[in-house]
Design a protein around this ligand. Structure first.
Ligand code: M6R
Length: 615
């Protein structure tokens, strides 16, 4: 977590870093800080709170001149979010300044040693320990900053993306990466440093993404020199041409990114299947699958690993893979999988799902699966992300940047990719008849228009939101393909409105949660025409007889649930296994409207961050 930004060039660094921090705020927003250097003095300002609080403080506190600078937006790991723990951090001499995204796990023992040598610490952070370790190495070994950073990093255990500068070297920033992302934007006589490329999109489309265990010395005149941290080997910089546009990362007239991203889903799903799905020709083409078809066809089972919303998409895919391709699937929380000595063999295919491609637990689970010989396939949204690079092969979701912390279009596009894979495998294995295969392709192609139609219920959903916005607890129920959608609906409500919500398989209600039902309890029930409809209707009756409030997500034209429910929200009809792509839409909108009505920070909910790069 945390966002880091840096600039060295001819322009004023301050506006570039400030705007960059605003774009990276999705990564953490507990506190923010900036350090600027004009060759004479370092101006440093930091504060608990958001980047806008930093902006106010900077205006009253420091000069904003200097064409070298670094900035940070924090998601606290070590030390509470307060002014002192905010980054950047000085070394004891005041010569070195650092920003850091990640965790130094052995910081306590290093700190002890440094204290013995006379170092003092003002913050509780691991980062202040790291900068003083670098200073200590620099002094004792009589080496330049780059070498000192390298020696120090060889002594630390943990994860980091860091940027450091030295008051005595006004034309140089040293950066390094292990586990957390770090991109270097390469302009004309200027360089940008950032956790992702969004802070420098308007200045350059050329970027270098550092690999794990690499560091770079970025010099104004001499350019970028990359080395391996462990063995000092020089690495040829690989400069990529960015495909991202500025328009993709602004709100474009919507009040929040989340709302924009909800409404982007018709196009995002189209972008996901574009060039892959051809219903007329009856084809699914995906390079990552085509090139590794035998691995999938011979797999004993598929193990899906992911976290949060991506895990919910994985759970939907379990139903889809088993139904269409008849391959056994297990869906695992990456955080559990990595620590429980799982049984994995060379005949397992592991699918890792991640919007950001940076989630630490998923990344670690991938490494574990690889070490046990499994073939690992990634489903990521962020191109070039750590997970995309760590996996043997993969398929991007092509959803475009997702900035709202609550995942929306990531979920539906992940399901789209996974459905395409399942269809492809079903065709190859002959588990789906020719005509059924065609029917699924045709229906999938119609989904974007149907999502568009589902979005048109927005005004009605707002009325429902108004009715239930003051609820203290909510239940979400679904069965089969829509059980994971119930989980996802509950997660969306919890994370942005802070209302307690639980998702359950509808039939499990009678084994416990039914005790919660009274006239205060709203129950959101996914009850589409297909998929155990009659059973779900019985569950609805059980709720009704206990006076629970029922909000049904139903198929267009439904009358049975309408007669029982307090409210219904309709979605268009589709094949049963594609219904999650539609039923999730009203649940996203409901959570969104409730959060707005409760005056919550929709795009940056408390305690969360967009990409969780710590365990
Ligand atoms: O980037 P990833 O898909 O790996 O992220 C996984 C979770 O952190 C993420 O889905 C999280 O649960 C979202 N806040 C849910 O909206």
């Amino acid at each position: 977590m945390c966002g880091i930004v840096g600039y060295i060039g001819k322009r004023e660094a301050y506006p570039i870093i400030l705007e960059g921090l605003k774009r990276l705020e999705y990564r953490g927003y507990d506190s923010a800080g900036i350090a600027l250097y004009d060759g004479n003095s370092i101006q440093l300002s930091k504060t608990k709170g958001k980047v806008v609080d930093l902006e106010n403080r900077v205006n009253n506190e420091i000069e904003t001149t200097g064409s070298l600078g670094i900035g940070h937006t924090r998601w606290a790991t070590h030390g509470v979010p307060n002014d002192i723990n905010s980054h950047p951090h000085y070394s004891n001499s005041g010569d070195l300044v650092i920003i850091h995204n990640g965790i130094i796990e052995n910081y306590a023992s290093i700190k002890k040693e440094l204290i013995k040598r006379g170092y003092t610490f003002s913050s509780e952070t691991d980062t202040e320990v790291l900068i003083n370790l670098i200073e200590d190495v620099k002094k004792n070994e009589q080496v330049k900053l780059g070498k000192a950073v390298q020696i120090a990093l060889n002594q630390v255990v943990g994860a980091y993306a860091i940027a450091v500068f030295d008051k005595n070297k006004p034309d140089e920033i040293v950066v390094a990466k292990l586990g957390s992302p770090l991109a270097i934007g390469v302009g004309e006589n200027e360089f940008f440093i950032a956790s992702d490329a969004t802070p420098f999109l308007e200045y350059t489309k050329k970027a270098i993404y550092l690999e794990d265990e690499e560091m770079a010395i970025v010099r104004l005149k001499k350019g970028v020199k990359i080395r391996k941290i462990k063995n000092d080997a020089l690495v040829d910089p690989y400069i990529q041409e960015l495909q991202l546009n500025l328009e993709q990362i602004v709100k474009g007239g919507y009040e929040h990114f989340m709302l924009k991203e909800i409404h982007e889903q018709p196009n995002a799903i189209k972008d996901t299947y574009r060039g892959r799905l051809n219903a007329n020709k009856g084809q699914v083409r995906m390079a990552g699958i085509d090139d590794n078809l035998e691995k999938f066809l011979n797999a004993n089972r598929i193990i899906v690993i992911a976290c949060g919303t991506s895990w919910h998409a994985g759970l939907v895919s379990e139903y889809i893979f088993e139904d269409l391709a008849r391959i056994p699937v297990e869906v695992e929380y990456a955080s559990e999988f990595r620590y429980r000595n799982p049984v994995i063999t060379e005949n397992d295919v592991v699918i890792a799902i991640s919007q950001s491609g940076e989630t630490a637990d998923t990344l670690a689970a991938i490494k574990l699966a690889k070490s046990k010989g499994a073939f690992v396939f990634g489903v990521c949204n962020v191109v070039g992300s750590s997970i995309a690079r760590e996996t043997h092969a993969g398929a991007y979701t092509h959803a475009g940047p997702e900035i709202g912390v609550a995942s929306t279009k990531a979920f539906t596009t992940q399901i789209t990719v996974l459905t395409l894979i399942a269809l492809k495998l079903a065709k190859e294995k002959g588990t789906l008849s020719h005509s059924e295969f065609h029917l699924h392709l045709q229906e999938l192609e119609l989904i974007p228009d149907k999502v568009q139609k589902a979005l048109q219920s927005d005004a009605h959903i707002k009325v429902v939101a108004e009715t239930y916005k003051d609820a203290k607890n909510c239940l979400y129920l679904g069965r089969g393909f829509n059980f994971p959608v119930a989980l996802e609906g509950a997660l969306k409500l919890k994370e942005i409105s802070y209302i307690h919500a639980e998702g359950y398989p509808a039939a499990e209600m009678k084994h416990g949660p039914i005790a919660l039902i009274d006239e205060q309890m709203p129950v959101f029930v996914i009850a589409t025409k297909k998929g155990h409809y009659d059973k779900v209707v019985s569950n609805i009756q059980e709720i009704k007889s206990r006076k629970g409030k029922i909000i049904g997500i139903v198929t267009e034209g439904d009358t049975e649930v309408k007669n029982l429910a307090d409210h219904v929200i309709e979605v268009p009809e589709t094949l049963e296994l594609l219904t999650p792509l539609l039923t999730t839409i009203p649940l996203q909108l409901l959570s969104y409207h409730i959060a707005v009505m409760l005056d919550k920070n929709v795009d940056q909910p408390r305690n969360l961050a967009k990409s969780v790069t710590v365990e």
